[in-house]
Design a protein around this ligand. Structure first.
Ligand code: PLP
Length: 390
């Protein structure tokens, strides 16, 4: 089946719905009952399938998990209460005291914080690898290195790693290769096709797709997911039935939504690049992007986030953002409403020094493209550019 068909039917169509409803229902319950003690014994002995308690999963959630696994072409997927719950639970499940992990430097702020501030307290070391040094990845691998983690594309510079080259190293050195594919979604890339072991998403972004829910997902081979599930059962970062329903409904339209994000973002990125008030633009679909060739090789579309620098100082950049009428000043992406942020201010206000080191300068803007008409966006931007010229 093609991915559009899977997005609509996987995890739902073949599963028997109790009242033959077309739509998978929300089973809003925390507790599940047994008819008698024999059923409990049959359940534990594997003769009776079912659920014992809602923290271990619920039917609506299982439908979403099957759908995402099908889209990612993995054995299984597991849902979490947020992207961060997915990241932290997966790493805590797979890495032990005394071990070491590698991660790429352009990375979501809290993921990096977890690696550098939290893991050392548990006796786990991490090393940040600059994306431009990835061709020397093997030099960073130590005897106790067990895992390599990267976003794809990365945040905020939308860098694209060479999956096949990295998989050669991770396979040779026995490392688990995790890709946070939040910015791409399974519509734009399926990293397991190129040797990644585990795929992770903040489903709060494109999979949820409407800026209205929190969720995370981990997909991969059964052998990994079994271990991660045991950690999820204990750590408790579970998704609730109603959020599962919203996510299920959203993923049915993911291919259509990604098509619009990809198309609108490509047009807007090309337009911004031509604009005299814009110093530089990062978008993997532009041939000026450092990873354009890799993006073309691995990705079917380049996503809905554009990062750009204005020819402006901090105050002027704030005025530009403040004078836009269409995008909300907010941090997220993947919904119908476009969002904009002066990244150093909205995301890094309390961590400016670190932002500067990462190239997140005062004039850097992260723009999450929505579904507004591109002509209206151009008009809105043109009006805001006038503020810079005053
Ligand atoms: N991974 C990436 C690439 C993200 O951008 C984010 C959040 O912005 C996360 C993970 C964390 O996800 P959540 O906000 O759903 O916890």
């Amino acid at each position: 089946m093609n991915i559009e068909t899977k997005a609509v039917h996987s995890g739902e169509r073949k599963e028997r719905q109790q009242h033959r409803s077309v739509v998978t229902p929300i089973e809003q319950t925390a507790a599940y009952y047994f008819e008698d003690t024999q059923q409990i014994i049959d359940f534990y002995e594997g003769r009776l399938s079912g659920i014992k308690y809602g923290r271990y999963g619920c039917p609506t959630q299982h439908a979403v998990e099957r759908k995402i696994a099908d889209l990612e072409t993995t054995d299984r997927s597991l849902l979490f209460s947020s992207g961060m719950a997915a990241v932290t639970t997966a790493i805590l499940a797979l890495v032990k005291k005394g071990q070491h992990i590698l991660f790429t430097n352009d990375c979501y702020r809290n993921t990096k914080k977890f690696f550098t501030d939290f893991l050392p307290n548990l006796g786990i070391e991490s090393t940040e690898v600059n994306i431009d040094n990835l061709r020397n990845l093997e030099n960073y691998v130590k005897n106790n290195t067990v895992l390599f983690f990267s976003e794809l594309p990365t945040n905020p510079f939308l860098r694209v790693i060479d999956l096949e080259k990295i998989a050669e190293v991770t396979q040779k050195r026995g490392l688990t290769f995790i890709v946070d594919s939040t910015f791409a979604t399974p519509i734009n890339i399926r990293p397991v096709d190129y040797g990644a072991d585990i795929i992770l998403h903040s489903a709060t972004k494109y999979l949820g797709g409407h800026h209205d829910l929190f969720a995370g997902v981990v997909a991969g081979k059964q052998e990994y997911l079994e271990i991660i599930q045991q950690s999820r059962d204990v750590l408790g970062g579970i998704i609730d039935p109603h959020t599962s329903f919203l996510l299920l409904r959203s993923i049915q339209t993911l291919p259509i939504r990604m098509k619009v994000h990809n198309e609108n973002a490509q047009m807007i990125a090309e337009w911004l690049e031509r604009h005299q008030e814009v110093e530089s633009v990062w978008y993997p679909g532009l041939n000026s992007h450092p990873d354009y060739e890799l993006a073309k090789k691995y990705m079917a579309g380049f996503g809905g986030v554009i990062t750009f620098r204005l020819r402006a100082n901090e105050k002027e950049t704030s005025s530009f953002v403040d004078s836009l009428r269409l995008p909300y000043i907010a941090t997220n992406f993947g919904g119908p409403q476009s969002l904009i942020e002066q990244h150093a201010v909205l995301t890094f206000y309390k961590d400016r020094e670190n932002a500067e080191k990462r190239g997140i300068t005062e004039n850097l803007i992260r723009y999450a493209v929505g579904f507004e008409s591109v002509e209206d966006v151009f008009e809105d931007f043109n009006n805001a550019f006038k503020v810079l010229r005053r």
